[in-house]
Design a protein around this ligand. Structure first.
Ligand code: SF4
Ligand code: SF4
Length: 112
């Protein structure tokens, strides 16, 4: 079991989650974060910290696409452990539908 970041994170990227993870297993893309499933220890402390409710346990159904995305991009993107604050327009994209198709970027983020 692991926790996964879904597309609710795209363009929100508040980064509250990275500050609480005890094993620093968040990785940063251009406009979203992912969790490395093989490093996550399933502690669950990040889930309630996310204002976008983007983090879910993989025991919930229908998360296969996001688990695969977290798995593959955590191997390509840089590690991030410190919040730099949210983008200025983050709240405009909170709760928006279909963000993966509209905005997903495979490009790496800045990292620590
Ligand atoms: S707190 Fe939520 S929206 Fe923000 S970066 Fe973490 S997973 Fe993404
Ligand atoms: S569940 Fe725990 S170990 Fe996994 S990403 Fe969240 S804070 Fe990190």
């Amino acid at each position: 079991m692991t926790y996964v970041v879904t597309d609710a994170c795209i363009r929100c990227k508040y980064m509250d989650c990275v500050e609480v993870c005890p094993v620093d297993c968040f990785y940063e893309g251009e406009n979203m974060l992912v969790i490395n499933p093989s490093e996550c220890i399933d502690c669950g402390v990040c889930e309630p910290e996310c204002p976008a409710e983007a983090i879910l346990p993989d025991t919930e159904s229908g998360l296969e696409k996001w688990l695969e995305l977290n798995n593959s991009f955590s191997a390509q993107w840089p590690n991030v452990t410190r919040s730099r604050g949210a983008p200025a327009d983050a709240d405009e994209h909170k709760g928006e539908e279909g963000k993966y198709d509209k905005y997903f970027s495979p490009e790496p983020g800045q990292g620590d």
